[in-house]
Structures are given as C-alpha cells and as structure tokens.
Design a protein around this ligand. Sequence first.
Ligand code: ATP
Length: 349
Amino acid sequence: MELAGITKRFGEVVAVDSVDLTIDDGEFFALLGPSGCGKTTTLRMIAGLEFPTEGSLKIFGSETGTLPPNKRPVNTVFQDYALFPHMTVQANVAFGLKMRRVPKAQIATRVEEAISLVRLEGFGQRRSQQLSGGQRQRVALARALVNQPKVLLLDEPLGALDLKLRQEMQRELKALQREVGITFVFVTHDQEEALTMADRIGVMSEGELLQVGTPEEIYERPVNRFVADFIGQTNLLDAFVVSKDTVCLATGAHIPGPSDFSTGTQVAVCLRPERAELHPVDEVPADRPSVSGRLQGVTYLGNALVYTVDLEWMQLEVRREQQALGYRPSVGEAVAVSWDPDTVSVVRT
Ligand code: ATP
C-alpha cells in the first residue's frame, strides 16, 4: 500500500499533512500518536470513509481514487465493535456475507472458520450482549476476517479492554495476523501496544508522519525530541552541538554525542532510564560520561526501582531491575549518573 503526499483538510484544520508511507503486504503496521494527531483520519482514508484532499493512495498497485469502502480489499474493526446486540455471534459474523448474497453453504463454512480463528468455538449461538468485552472484540474481528480482506484496518480495537485482557489480546492479535498473513494497519495512542505488536511503527504528530521504523529503530534511534519522549520513558538532557562527535551540556561539560547537526544546533541527549547507571560521586568509571546530583526519591515498581536524581538544572530517572540492584544510595545522598555513550542518541529539539 502506498500513500504519496496524502493530505486531508477539514476547513481550516489540516488533519493529515502530506504523508508519504509505504506499507508492505503482510506487514503488521501501527500508526501511533497522541489524540488528534491524524491517525484515525489516515486510516479512514485507506478505508474509503474519507477522501484525501490531495495526494494519491494505492492499494496493491491500484489507485483507489474515490472507490467506496465496499469496493476496496479492506475491512475495518472499530473500537466500539458495532455489533448487533440481539443477534447471535454466528449471525453477526454472517451478516456481511448474507448482504452480499453469498450462497448459504459457503456462508456456514466461512463463518465457522472465522469463529474458530478467533477462538470462539462453542459461542456461535450466544447473543453478543451476553459476551464479555474481550469476546465481543473477537466477534468484531471474526466479522471482519470472514470477508477475507487483503488488508485489515484496526482503529484502537483494544481501547475498551482492561489492561490484562488488553495484553492478552495483543498477543492473540499478533498470532492471528501471522496465521492469516494479511496486512494489518493498527491505530493506537498506546506506545507499549505498538512496540509489542507491530513489525513497523509510524509515529504521527499534528498531522505529520515524523518517523517510520521497526520498534527497535524508533526506540533506539528516535529522530527528534517528540518521538524520543513519546516512545517509552526517557531523559532528555539539553545540549548544543560542539562537533560531529561531541555536545555541550547545560553544565558546560563536553560529552560524547554523535550527530550530523551543525555546530551550535540545540539538541537533546536521549538517555533511557534503564541505560543509566548510579554511582557514588567519586566512583564513576573514567571511560563513561556522567553528571552528578542528589538522590531525590525512589519509586518502587515491584520488579524494578526508579531513582529520581536532582541535577539542579533538570531531574533524571535511573531504572534498576530488582535483580540487578547494586549500589543502593539513600535519599539526599550525592550521586553520579553515568552511561555508555553508545546507548544514547542525540535528537533535535
Ligand atoms: P484520536 O486518537 O483522538 O481519535 P486521531 O489521532 O485519530 O485522534 P483524528 O481523529 O484523525 O486524530 O483527527 C485529526 C484532526 O482532525 C483533529 O484535530 C480533529 O479534530 C480533526 N477532525 C477529524 N475529523 C474531522 C471532521 N469530520 N471534521 C472536522 N475536523 C475533523
């Protein structure tokens, strides 16, 4: 699927701003961004529920133009499921096929297959109002899959589920996508969800597509401050570029920080809390860059501890897994925070 220069305006509002994106066949692609960034509008344009103001959209090489939704090889699963509450699971799943006058025998087989794909065997005769949230979600999925789409569009489909069920459904959806092998385009504002499930992620902000990459690329090499901050927890240390390999922190300290930005560019050094290390102030290994401050607090997370260090010019977080706890300073103690220079990235502010 190819989006080239896709723009959508609603009056004065530019909901989607000149997006170029290629999604490979069979890929699990997540569109990620905060509320209002334009991800739903992008999905709706792929579905044919909105038409672009500008740009071209091709699905399997053919220009979709103004093709209506039912003439596109796509199906959409929405967050609110949109099931018929009084109908049985079977009837809900069969509905689209009946409308299209698919022969009865074929409907029965396809419905049975779709129900078994989403592991709802034995629930065919239940009414959808008698199902749990997770089960309804599965019916909504079966209802889309029964049409054998080449692309499945999912708009925050797990949004209504509680955390545990959500995590379970994330694993199931990923397994299901592998099993059916079709392209999934998944919209979410939840970065963890995108990191867990997607082969690649597109991060959006204010209508623009800021970065496209694998979860690892996006997490390890964010292109700018917004992406760094939006994906996972991070410490952003303000700095400016001194040379191709060095930046200068607000403290005046020169530290390693490779970038292609020109000298003097305002940047931030992105240091993930789990990559930072705590030391007594006079015990920092000579080959590691560091900053010093005072331990302000410790947050207990069960499997990990998060130390908040006050550097006076900013606060920094250091995360330690319980089994990897070494040095355990007390609140108020002077501490140093160091890192391996290869684990940080320098981003534009
Ligand atoms: P959310 O996660 O809250 O659904 P989103 O990232 O999916 O957000 P969109 O729904 O695509 O964002 O909206 C992008 C922008 O376009 C927003 O500013 C929204 O108010 C605006 N917008 C969306 N649909 C319309 C519409 N039909 N008419 C006018 N403005 C719209």
